[in-house]
Design a protein around this ligand. Structure first.
Ligand SMILES: Cc1cc2nc3c(=O)[nH]c(=O)nc-3n(C[C@H](O)[C@H](O)[C@H](O)COP(=O)(O)OP(=O)(O)OC[C@H]3O[C@@H](n4cnc5c(N)ncnc54)[C@H](O)[C@@H]3O)c2cc1C
Length: 806
């Protein structure tokens, strides 16, 4: 008793002397008391007192800013300077670009759930809704993806329709002739088109993503806006954006495309301009573009613009018709025939006015790209991925009921429930993240880190979902033809993984590398304070950081012991426990992340297996928080509960595995040893979604029409007579209508009123025996006919087969 009271007194004294805020002060006190007890032992009260007194004195110094600055911070600053990562010029620009939003909360270890739940994303306006129900619906009706693939391009009338309805001007404001849509509307349009044709979705997506229109809107001169924006909006100009070259893929800033400032003649007039040489590849819409948004390195060897010779990455708009430009060749991106190809320019002279924003923006290209990337990356590929995932969910949930083997709909087999659960849970979470991220953009954010999360994890999500759907469809998914609508999404999945920053690099370098510095409450401040040599600023940031580490450690321990139960629930209802569990992960993440930064310092940048796992934790906490937000915004409907439970359990398990992976592989074994009891005080107790949770998702997909409808509400629903999804849906309706009759017959067999017999014979006997009536017999007949039709796959004559475009 006496010992406990002494320890408590020491803890309180040290906490008070430190004067830090909240957890930090008390955990420092507790740690000191514990240390004193461990080092000195209660048997040696003098030594115990000495250790406690020393700690108290240190805490007193730490608690007084003036003293602390002189005695501690002045010495710590050069040490920290050595530990901090060295940032290149392009990295520094990337770090400044965009904004920190919910990612900041997740990084803080104390996400403010009330703030997230109070956030009200913009809804579709009446005009946007009318566009989705009108031109987008019509476009989807016009698209026949199998024909598009065979023709190697969109039909002419589709190109005309896209231009006429201003699909290429969704982000261009109405005053410049565009549609002026919100991010959520833009995203909804791409999702719906993607469920119909990836080729069409990419074609619509690219002019509305990072490219000439986006760059002009933010940085263009008035003259450039007046000239280009109306033409881009109505499709008179087809834009492409050319950054990637053979030598510069992921490392785009290493471009060898160059412009030399010089005098020359343009349209008969002598002007100051640039002589350009470039070789680009993989450029979407490039082969048919009329204007190229070109990124190149601008040099001024004759100092015509000033003292600097290397002005840096610059973006200009170059008409494709100029002499010296070669355009038109196409790549074949996995057989998905959107327009994509290389282009090059040799000795192309243009005036300096062609630089986006005019000559003052020479060398500002990298900043422009980094600032603009966050918006486009938040929308295009996440929307496309959700289109693919919802399509897959819709197809397999119908097929699971319609396709029978061993006299049973295949969806009833437990083996099939497993992939169905992954499809349902991931699709729900992916759409929630799509809506939340687009909502952030509509609220004025440029979420640099979260847009990268959405891009990387939703494209990967689509790959997983479609791949699982392929396994459920089995042979019907393998044989290609107009009926097989999944194979096209399956083949296209790696394209999303690769473009707009390939996922491997995005995971380690952008989400964590950038996130760690950008979203961390103190890291950027410390870097800047060290960079400017500002001791007072460094002292505040450094001790803020120290407080933060103690706070995260204490929170991680307490929340870990209770599996998040002690965190305040943000809402009542079935969602409530998940908030606490996610808070726990966030606290553990904050702690482990700091430990990695402290022990690895500047080296952490290169330890991509560590940073990749940390990115996983940030990403899965974001995805799960999006799922919870969507669930709560919808009023926690029972219909969606299985999806949310599966999604949260899955995300939390992924977080646990990622954190455990970091601890297992952290080079500093002492740090890993110290962290483990704080992160997993009761061991790794989280489990992946249980069989029961998985079955509930499968049941919701197969048996709950409203849940299935809500889950896949954002895709195009083809007419009932169309091969593929149309006929499958019609067959499902008929199969469901016959379910009651089939169970009547089964009951009669079980009761001995009917002998067992194959399907048709049994139904006829049931009719003869008066167990079912003629109308019920017809229902079974219609369901069987529809089933027989939708299980067919396409076949081709030898001549037609040879002529197929693959
Ligand atoms: C169909 C298609 C359309 C495209 N459209 C356009 C377009 O319109 N405009 C445009 O400018 N570009 C476009 N691109 C280019 C695209 O952005 C690049 O392909 C992408 O940036 C990757 O470059 P890369 O293919 O050269 O791969 P590489 O840079 O060679 O990378 C190979 C692998 O290494 C990984 N990697 C590279 N560096 C690191 C690192 N530091 N850490 C960890 N991993 C790393 C990458 O993640 C990748 O997995 C398109 C590409 C494709 C395939």
């Amino acid at each position: 008793m006496g010992t406990t009271l002494t320890l408590l007194a020491v803890a309180i004294a040290v906490g008070l002397l430190y004067r830090g805020r909240g957890y930090a002060a008390w955990s420092l006190g507790a740690a000191t008391a514990l240390l004193a007890w461990l080092v000195a032992g209660v048997q040696s009260p003098w030594l115990f007192g000495l250790v406690a007194l020393t700690a108290g004195a240190a805490a007193w110094v730490f608690g007084r800013e003036e003293l602390r600055r002189r005695l501690v911070s002045a010495r710590a600053m050069p040490i920290v300077a050595r530990l901090l990562p060295r940032l290149g010029a392009t990295e520094r620009v990337a770090l400044k670009a965009g904004t920190v939003w919910w990612d900041g909360d997740l990084f803080s270890g104390q996400p403010d759930w009330r703030k997230l739940l109070a956030f009200s994303p913009r809804r579709l306006s009446p005009a946007e809704r009318a566009f989705l129900d009108g031109p987008v619906e019509k476009l989807c009706e016009m698209l026949d993806d199998w024909e598009i693939q065979q023709a190697g391009d969109l039909p002419l009338e589709v190109w005309e329709f896209l231009k006429q309805q201003r699909f290429f001007g969704m982000i261009i404001p109405e005053e410049h002739g565009g549609l002026g849509f919100s991010a959520i509307a833009h995203s909804a349009v791409v999702t719906k088109i993607a469920s119909r044709s990836i080729t069409a979705a990419v074609t619509v997506m690219v002019p509305n993503s990072l490219g000439p229109a986006e760059l002009l809107l933010h940085y263009g001169t008035d003259a450039q806006k007046r000239h280009y924006l109306p033409r881009l909006a109505n499709g008179e100009e087809i834009p492409c954006f050319a950054l990637t070259g053979p030598e510069a893929g992921s490392d785009a800033a290493a471009t060898q495309s160059v412009g030399i400032v010089t005098r020359g003649k343009f349209e008969g007039e002598e002007v100051l301009g640039m002589r350009l040489d470039w070789r680009k590849r993989y450029i979407t819409l490039g082969p048919i573009s009329t204007v190229i948004g070109l990124a190149f390195r601008l040099r001024d060897p004759d100092h015509l613009l000033g003292d600097e010779e290397d002005l840096g990455i610059t973006c200009a708009l170059i008409p494709s018709s100029l002499p010296g430009i070669e355009i038109g060749s196409r790549h074949d991106p996995l057989g998905v025939p959107f327009q994509n190809g290389p282009n090059q320019g040799h000795d192309v002279f243009v005036p300096l006015d062609f630089i986006v924003g005019g000559r003052d923006m020479a060398g500002e290209g990298w900043r422009m790209l980094m600032e603009s990337l966050a918006a486009g990356r938040s929308i295009s590929l996440p929307a496309l991925s959700v289109g693919g995932a919802e399509l897959a969910a819709r197809v397999v949930s119908a097929y699971g009921m319609v396709r029978e083997q061993f006299d049973t709909p295949i969806g009833r087999f437990e083996g099939i429930e497993e992939p169905l659960a992954r499809i349902g849970g991931l699709t729900y979470m992916m759409n929630a993240a799509r809506e939340l991220t687009a909502g952030a953009v509509d609220a004025g954010e440029k979420p640099a880190v979260l847009s990268a999360v959405a891009k990387a994890y939703l494209t990967e999500g689509m790959r997983t979902v479609v791949s699982n759907a392929m396994d459920i469809r089995a042979g019907a998914a393998i044989c290609r033809g107009p009926r097989n609508i999944l194979a096209r999404a399956y083949v296209a999945a790696p394209i999303g993984i690769t473009v707009e920053g390939a996922n491997i690099l995005t995971r380690s370098m952008i989400i964590y590398g950038q996130g760690a510095i950008r979203c961390h409450p103190f890291a950027l401040e410390e870097i800047e304070a060290v960079g400017s040599g500002d001791l007072a600023r460094f002292d505040r940031a450094f001790f803020g950081h120290v407080n933060f580490v103690f706070s995260s450690a204490a929170r991680s321990l307490v929340l870990g012991l209770s599996n998040g139960r002690v965190a305040r629930a943000s809402v009542p209802g079935p969602a409530a426990p998940w908030f606490g569990r996610l808070t726990r992960m966030s606290a553990a993440f904050a702690l482990v992340s700091d430990a990695c930064m402290a022990t690895l310092g500047g080296q952490l940048k290169r330890r991509e297996k560590i940073t990749g796992r940390l990115a996983d934790v940030l990403a899965w906490t974001y995805l799960a928080s999006a799922a919870l937000k969507r669930f709560c915004d919808d009023g926690q409907p029972t219909r969606d509960q299985p999806f949310v439970e599966w999604a949260c359990a899955h995300a939390l398990f992924e977080c646990q595995q990622a954190l455990a992976g970091v601890l297992d592989n952290l080079p500093s074994r002492a740090a890993a040893w110290a962290l483990r009891p704080l992160v997993f005080p009761l061991g790794k107790r989280l489990r992946p979604p249980s069989d029961r949770q998985g079955s509930a998702v499968a049941r919701a997909l197969l048996d709950d029409a409203t849940a299935r409808e809500a889950l896949t509400a954002h895709i195009f629903q083809p007419p009932a007579e169309e091969p593929g999804l149309g006929r499958l849906e019609a067959a499902l309706t008929k199969a469901v209508a016959a379910l009651g009759v089939e169970s009547k017959i089964r009951d009669a067999v079980r009761a001995g009123q009917l002998d067992r017999a194959p399907g048709d014979v049994l139904a006829d006997r049931a009719l003869e025996a008066g167990i079912i009536d003629a109308e019920e017999r017809k229902r079974i007949h219609d369901a069987d006919d529809a089933r027989a039709e939708v299980i067919q796959v396409d076949t081709f004559s030898p001549e037609a087969f040879t002529a197929l475009r693959r």
